[in-house]
Ligand binder design. Structure first.
Ligand code: XLS
Ligand code: NI
Ligand code: NI
Length: 436
């Protein structure tokens, strides 16, 4: 097949002085930072849905994206041709991994059995390209949100037939993920929520969602799928309220339904901000629970209140993400998946390259900066010192459970008014800026 991007070379690293827009300025895949290469730390993945399938429409306008290789038909041949283009893209970008939904890679057929056949055919093509290039599948997932049958949800639908169909679709997507050696499997509950409580039995819907996830865990054991399951929190959009609304809500759900041993979280920046949290907050919550699994790397727009899925270019953001990731010991089966698309006005194929170069360079800088901040140690020392009253004396007794209200009342009655120290926020902000 002729190249889809004949004018784009393999993106080289040219360093911070380069003025070449088609070169990395900071991402040098084999540069070692703290004992691991950048590639090993960052585990970048390309998202099939945005890169190959997003037409860049918005609620007021049709798609603008130019994809000369795509005949816009729903044929399996067209789907297989896209795979070749995608792998050319991954290769030229130096992306090691990719992620997909079943319906991004293969067309939905007239029946479930036709859809399954389409998927199997395209999985064969994906496998061939993986084998030829060494690229790997980070995670797969099933699209339980586009087709009208899922308007009331998949695992949380009021219809048991739709639940059954969802299970069938997840089964096929797990088979595909296993066949491609996927390191993970994601559940993002786009329509697993409600539009109005007037028609919703929330308890029943949550019970059913948990059933679906338990069935997935059981099925993984049956077929020998050793990948990591992830839940991806998002508070809303398309539903008014999504049950997996944020990291804390997901953890509560996983604990309530005895799923903690099987699931980690796949956190997405734009979803964090939709939940009125910072990405760092979500990462700390997940890390504290030992459930920080993977990251959908993108960002929202400060003036727009929806999931704009923009490429991350803010160095403060990537620094915060990498600080938390390094503290968590890095990725195991997760990675940084660019769940992001160029703007509707950036409609040419070359824009896909500019977008990913920017995201990868921003994370490379975030990694270097976060590593330097940790090595420097002043930030961690400050926090350790701030809590040092818990390391001995009354603090240690409280933590170890040696004292209760009576002892603490006696203690406080016999001691002077407590004194506290400044939180020094501005000083710490300046410290971070020293490294940026
Ligand atoms: C949508 C989600 C979706 C998941 C995969 O907002 O981010 O793209 O990552 O289903
Ligand atoms: Ni996502
Ligand atoms: Ni999203």
């Amino acid at each position: 097949m002729a190249e889809a991007f004949p004018n784009v070379p393999k993106i080289p690293y040219e360093g911070p002085q380069s003025k070449n827009p088609l070169a990395f300025k900071h991402y040098l895949h084999n540069e070692v930072i703290g004992g691991k290469t950048m590639k090993e730390h960052l585990r970048f993945a390309g998202a099939y849905w945005h890169t190959m399938r997003n037409e860049l429409s918005d609620p007021f306008g049709v798609g603008t994206s130019l994809k000369p290789w795509d005949d816009r038909s729903d044929s399996v041949e067209n789907a297989q041709r896209r795979v070749g283009v995608f792998f050319e893209f991954l290769d030229k970008m130096g992306l090691e991994y990719y992620c997909f939904h079943d319906r991004d890679v293969a067309p939905e057929g007239a029946t479930l059995s036709e859809s399954n056949k389409n998927l199997e055919a395209v999985v064969g093509t994906l496998k061939e390209h993986q084998d030829a290039t060494g690229k790997k599948l980070l995670w797969g997932t099933a699209c339980l949100f586009i087709h009208p049958r899922y308007m009331h949800g998949g695992g949380t639908s009021c219809s048991s037939d739709v639940f059954a169909y969802s299970a069938a679709q997840v089964k096929a997507a797990m088979d595909a993920t296993l066949a491609l050696g996927g390191e993970g499997y994601v559940f993002w509950g786009g329509r697993e929520g409600y539009t109005t409580l007037l028609n919703t039995d929330m308890k029943r819907e949550l019970d059913h969602l948990a059933k679906l996830l338990h069935m997935a865990v059981d099925y993984a054991a049956q077929i020998g799928f050793k990948g990591q399951f992830f839940i991806e929190p998002k508070p809303k959009e398309p539903t008014t309220h999504q049950y997996d609304s944020d990291a804390a809500a997901c953890l509560n759900f996983l604990r309530e339904y005895d799923l903690m041993d099987h699931f980690q979280l796949n956190l997405e920046t734009n979803h964090a901000t939709l939940a009125n949290h910072s990405m760092q907050h979500e990462m700390v919550v997940a890390r504290n629970a030992g459930a920080l699994g993977s990251v959908d790397a993108n960002t929202g727009h400060p003036q727009l209140g929806w999931d704009t899925d923009q490429f991350p270019t803010d160095i403060y953001l990537t620094t915060e993400i990498m600080l938390e990731l390094l503290k968590a010991g890095g990725f195991k089966q997760g990675g940084l998946n660019f769940d992001a698309k160029p703007r509707r006005e950036s409609f040419e194929p070359i824009d896909l390259f500019h977008a990913h170069i920017g995201g990868m360079d921003a994370f490379a800088r975030g990694l270097k900066i976060a590593h330097a901040i940790i090595e420097d140690g002043r930030l961690d020392d400050f926090v350790a010192k701030r809590y040092s009253s818990w390391d001995s004396g009354i603090g240690a007794k409280i933590e170890s459970g040696e004292v209760g209200f009576s002892e603490l009342s006696e203690y406080s009655l016999s001691n002077p008014e407590p004194t506290v120290e400044s939180g020094r926020q501005e000083m710490l902000e300046n410290l971070i800026n020293e490294f940026i």
